[in-house]
Each structure stands twice: as structure tokens, then as C-alpha cells.
Design a protein around this ligand. Structure first.
Ligand code: ADP
Ligand code: MG
Length: 269
């Protein structure tokens, strides 16, 4: 059996792909070797497998560069992270061609056209930003709390809209368009309002960047992967997305572990 491991900036995922099924574990650990060994151990334990059944480990992510040729005695092959993102996103979405946006600690944007996988854009705005700003501004360190707060939030006390500055539409920009994230935050803004505004800023910036990259690369489908997809799902459920998000964007099943899945698939090819 082949195990895919993604040692990321926030979490380490380990997956086994088995007859179309996906077994996955996620752990958080600071040391990349401890993270990889821990994730591998937890995966084989939770699947009731013996370590000897693991023929190879396909490792990717920022932490994978410190791994040696073996992990717990099993051979390791390194997979380029952008390849793992591209293969993971397109295989889960069943597309040959797509823009894959990895929403992790930071954001990486990869264009896939058949065999060609190209890292085309990205931003440091991502899951680390969400956690950092939530902790610093609100003293909140779990996504559950942040979501509960955001569900009660009101953006009109934080974000400046086109309507606020122009009284109506500006050309093709509808009145509700954000003119400036946090541009109107005043003393009356509550912690709930700010929680929503932090999430909204990240979702808006990443979406706008993704749409621009898709246009530049001639891509129609934008596949979102990584654990920060959670806030896109939240904003969708809460009906807080006030732009044409639906068009072209998709979040496939297992999107949270797409990069580890992509590493395993890349090593099978
Ligand atoms: N269960 C979770 N554990 C940790 N981070 C999570 C979780 N769910 C969502 N997140 C968010 O996702 C980000 C990490 O995403 P992930 O895909 O694991 O990135 P990376 O591969 O860079 O570690 C965190 O910064 C956090 O904002
Ligand atoms: Mg990751």
C-alpha cells in the first residue's frame, strides 16, 4: 500500500487510498519528523494495518524536505508540493483541466492543463492570517468560536461599500460591493462583526485573486482545497457571499486532504 503524507505549516495529513475509499488522519505537531511519524503511526493503527504493509510513503509539503530516505523503516519518495496540489485538486473534482487553489496556512494557486502543472499565483493571506488576526484582535483561537461569532456579525459596521462612498452603483460595481475591507470600522463594531469581517476579507481576497488567475490561465473551473475551505463552506451556508461565488468554484469531497491525496496519486503514476 502507498501512503500520502502532507506536512504543512499548520497540520499534517496522512492518507491511504484503497479501492476508491480514502482513509485519512490529521495531526498538529511542530516538529515535521514527529508530525510525519505520528501521522503514519496513527493512520496504520486506525486502519488496523501492520506498518510492513506500507510499501512506500509519498511525502509533500513544506516539512517534507527534512525527511530522509525512510520513515519508520518505510521508503520515502518526495513529491513536489505544487504537483501534489494540482493532481489532488483535479482528481478529486474529476477534471483534466482546472485552476486549483490550495487554502492552507497560506494560499497557493496552481493551473493544471492535462499533464502540465504550473504554479501561477498565491498570497500570504490564508489560514494563518485567519488564526493570527482572530487571536490578536479578538482573543479567539478556535474556528468553532469564530464561526459562532461570525454568524451573529454585521459587516455594515466594519466594511465600507460602494454604496457608502457613492450612494449607489459605480459603473458595473453593484452598490453592495466592498470598497474597503475594515474601511468603516468604528467604536460601535462588535467582536462578532469583526469575526465576520476577518473571514469575509480572506474569502473575498482569495476569490478575487483566483478569478483573476483563472482568467489569465484560460481556466473555467476553480477547485478549492485545503482546510481553510471550511470558511468558504461556512460563508456559503450562512449566505454571506455577496458576489458571484457560485460560478466556476467547486469544493470537492475530501478537499481538506487534497494535497496528501495528490502526493499519493503522483507517486502511483
Ligand atoms: N481542524 C483544523 N486544524 C487546523 N487548522 C484548521 C482546521 N480546520 C481549518 N483550519 C484552518 O486551516 C488552516 C490550515 O490548513 P491546511 O490545509 O492544514 O494547511 P497547511 O497544509 O499549510 O498546514 C489553518 O491555518 C486554519 O485556519
Ligand atoms: Mg496541507
Amino acid at each position: 500500500m502507498l501512503v500520502g503524507i502532507d506536512i504543512g505549516g499548520s497540520t499534517t495529513d496522512a492518507v491511504i487510498l484503497d479501492n476508491g475509499g480514502v482513509h485519512v488522519v490529521t495531526i498538529e505537531a511542530n516538529d515535521p519528523i514527529a508530525a510525519a511519524a505520528g501521522a503514519l503511526g496513527k493512520l496504520v493503527e486506525s486502519c488496523g494495518l501492520h506498518l510492513d504493509r506500507v510499501e512506500r510513503i509519498a511525502a509533500t509539503g513544506a516539512g517534507s524536505r527534512v525527511l530522509g530516505e525512510t520513515l519508520l523503516g518505510r521508503p520515502v519518495v518526495k513529491v513536489n508540493e505544487f504537483s501534489a496540489i494540482g493532481i489532488g485538486g483535479t482528481s478529486l473534482a474529476a477534471r483534466k483541466k482546472a485552476l486549483v487553489v490550495s487554502l492552507g496556512t497560506g494560499t497557493a494557486i496552481v493551473s493544471v492543463t492535462g499533464e502540465k502543472i504550473e504554479h501561477v499565483s498565491g498570497t500570504g493571506l490564508g489560514g494563518g492570517t485567519l488564526r493570527g488576526l482572530s487571536k490578536h484582535m479578538l482573543g479567539v483561537s478556535t474556528l468553532e468560536t469564530l464561526e459562532a461569532m461570525a454568524a451573529r456579525g454585521d459587516l455594515s459596521r466594519v466594511d465600507l461599500t460602494v454604496r457608502d462612498i457613492a450612494g449607489g452603483a459605480i459603473g458595473d460595481l453593484p452598490p453592495g460591493t466592498t470598497a474597503s475591507n475594515f474601511g468603516k470600522v468604528g467604536a460601535d463594531a462588535t467582536a462578532d462583526d469583526k469575526a465576520l469581517a476577518i473571514m469575509n476579507m480572506i474569502v473575498e481576497v482569495v476569490s478575487v485573486l483566483s478569478i483573476a488567475a483563472a482568467r489569465a490561465c484560460g481556466q473555467e473551473d476553480i477547485v478549492l482545497t485545503g482546510k481553510l475551505t471550511r470558511i468558504f463552506r461556512f460563508m456559503q451556508r450562512a449566505k454571506r457571499l455577496n458576489f458571484g461565488f457560485g460560478r466556476g468554484f467547486l469544493i470537492p469531497e475530501h478537499a481538506d486532504y487534497a494535497t496528501a491525496i495528490g502526493a499519493a496519486r503522483a507517486a502511483m503514476q
